[in-house]
Design a binder for this molecule. Structure first.
Ligand code: IDP
Ligand code: MG
Length: 156
């Protein structure tokens, strides 16, 4: 098991609905650490970079219109297996099918306006972190609480 970093966005619908604090609260309550945080407006160019794998898909124009429609909050979160832990915490892409207890399942009812983005693999996480953050914008989280949160072999 490894300490990982995932790139998370609270999407424009989450910001507009004043759910930023609630969503960050869930991430922190799970035990993940914030190591980077900023608010920004995604441009069309940035959207094409972020969603490179979807640019040719039929739904891309609507997705771009949505993701550029208002500010987002970008974060890098860290913890043991943070990438898959965040995907589980988020729920399925289509919020109507997301389980209750997940962020999308509790707060969303749309496939597109699904509140949150999270990296889907270590490769995506590395690529996406570079899109939003420079190395100097990411802090090293203090390990003070780690001994009471997980065993040493869960985060090496
Ligand atoms: P993910 O966010 O759960 O990783 P992806 O399949 O990577 O889901 O899709 C990226 C984003 O594009 C979704 O979060 C959602 O906002 C939007 N999206 C995905 N599929 C559709 C669709 O079929 N129609 C409209 N928007 C979609
Ligand atoms: Mg995805």
């Amino acid at each position: 098991m490894a300490l990982e970093r995932s790139l998370i966005l609270v999407k424009p619908d989450g910001v507009e609905r004043r759910l930023v604090g609630t969503i960050i609260g869930r991430i922190e309550a799970k035990g993940l650490s914030l190591v980077g945080l900023k608010m920004l407006q995604i441009t069309a160019e940035l959207s094409r970079q972020h969603y490179a794998e979807h640019v040719e898909k039929p739904f891309y124009p609507e997705l771009e219109a949505f993701i550029t429609s208002g500010p987002v909050v970008a974060m890098v979160v860290e913890g043991p297996e943070a990438i898959s832990v965040m995907r589980t915490l988020m729920g399925k892409t289509n919020a109507r099918e997301s389980a209750p207890g997940t962020i999308r399942g509790d707060f969303g009812a749309s496939r597109q306006m699904n509140l949150i983005h999270g990296s889907d693999s270590p490769e995506s996480a590395a690529r996406e972190q570079q899109i939003y953050f420079t190395e100097s914008e990411l802090v090293s989280a203090p390990a003070l609480l780690s001994p009471v949160m997980w065993a040493a072999d869960e985060a090496n």
